[in-house]
Design a protein around this ligand. Structure first.
Ligand SMILES: [Ca+2]
Ligand SMILES: [Ca+2]
Ligand SMILES: [Ca+2]
Length: 368
């Protein structure tokens, strides 16, 4: 572990260097007895509610805490030890933010490499005090970054980020004397947030030759984004705003997805844009509802109109751009890496001269 003596020596060197530089600091001067009310506190950056949400703190996603000193007088050196349960979170880094307590001094900081171990980090900073400058007041000492680890514990769980006692956490004045302080540990609660999402709506084709399809297969993928718990969802599919299908009471383990297939009868649909909408009803306690709805457009157009100046987007006209695009997919089948069902105009699972012939038949026709 980081030894207090090491850091104290470093600060004495700092003071000595300051003295050699004609600092007004007198080493050994009696420390005036001041009733200190300084506090060192841990709190999450930008999260004063001290709550971490599982959908923001998946394992691998980092969060940052501030270590703040409140109402300090005559601060020139600080050292902070932080402790945590290594089964819950993992150390990433420590840093001093640009607005840290020593930034008004304009000096380069002297910072030893942090002492890092399982469930703890000890770190500190000071500066060459020449000319004399000290910090008074309230400000950020440093920031520590962690990432949350998966936990088998039932949620919610509460965990602490604890400030080490006096041998590892120090506030020192310009004469390397201790500034008394109290500490406030950080307490965090990780909540299970149920979250279901429609992640994909994939029709068998997105560009349909008018009168060539009787129905489309619609693949809808649902993901349980809840990191910890299974969720049971109901899914409703709409076609052009009309109810097409419902599926109820499908249970997904945490972080698992399923793909459900629906059939959309498109017989008699007119040319133009048509919309498939997949909606999962909120599961109990769910707050992120933006991803519960997903739309997918299907275009019904002149057979052979498969592209435009925007690749793979039809424009209601068959020209050489379309014929060339179909030719570029000539010979492809569903097992081909280049397969794109939109180029199989007649839907016989191969792009060949039949598809090119259909496009040629409709050459330079426009819609409607
Ligand atoms: Ca959701
Ligand atoms: Ca076109
Ligand atoms: Ca074909």
């Amino acid at each position: 572990m980081f030894k207090r003596t090491f850091f104290t020596e470093m600060m004495l060197i700092s003071i000595l260097m300051g003295s050699l530089g004609l600092s007004t600091v007198v080493v050994g001067q009696a420390n005036p007895v001041v009733e200190s009310t300084a506090r060192v506190v841990v709190n999450p950056r930008d999260r004063m509610d001290r709550t971490l949400y599982s959908n923001e703190t998946f394992p691998g996603v980092n969060f940052v805490v501030n270590v703040t000193v409140i109402d300090v007088v005559d601060l020139q050196n600080w050292q902070v030890g932080l402790n945590w349960d290594p089964a819950v979170m993992e150390y990433v880094t420590v840093r001093v933010p640009p607005d840290n307590v020593f930034s008004p001094s304009g000096r380069s900081l002297i910072m030893p490499p942090p002492d890092i171990g399982p469930g703890y980090v000890v770190w500190g900073a000071t500066y060459i005090n020449d000319p004399h400058w000290i910090f008074n007041g309230t400000g950020t000492l440093c920031q520590a970054e962690f990432k949350l680890l998966p936990t088998p514990n039932p949620l919610p769980i509460t965990f602490n980020l604890t400030i080490s006692p006096y041998d590892e956490t120090l506030l020192l004045d310009g004469n390397a004397h201790d500034i008394p302080f109290t500490t406030e540990d950080g307490t965090f609660t990780l909540l299970a947030l149920p979250d279901i999402a429609v992640t994909n709506v994939v029709p068998s084709k997105t560009i349909v030759g008018y009168n060539y399809s009787k129905s489309l297969a619609i693949n809808v993928t649902i993901l349980n984004q809840d990191y910890y718990l299974p969720n049971t969802f109901n899914l409703t599919i709409y076609a052009d705003g009309e109810l097409l299908a419902t599926t109820e009471n499908v249970t997904l383990p945490s972080l698992n997805f399923t793909t459900l297939v629906f059939t959309w009868n498109i017989t008699g649909l007119l040319k133009g844009n048509h919309t498939i909408t997949a909606v999962t009803a909120p599961v109990p306690g769910e707050t992120d509802l933006n991803d519960n709805v997903r739309n997918q457009t299907v275009v019904i157009t002149i057979p052979g109109d498969v592209t435009s100046t925007t690749p793979d987007v039809s424009d209601g006209m068959v020209d050489m751009r379309d014929i060339g695009a179909i030719c570029n997919h000539f010979g492809t089948t569903p097992s081909s890496s280049e397969w794109n069902s939109n180029y199989d105009v007649n839907e016989d699972n191969v792009v060949n001269m039949r598809d090119i012939g259909i496009a040629c038949y409709n050459f330079m026709k426009t819609d409607p």
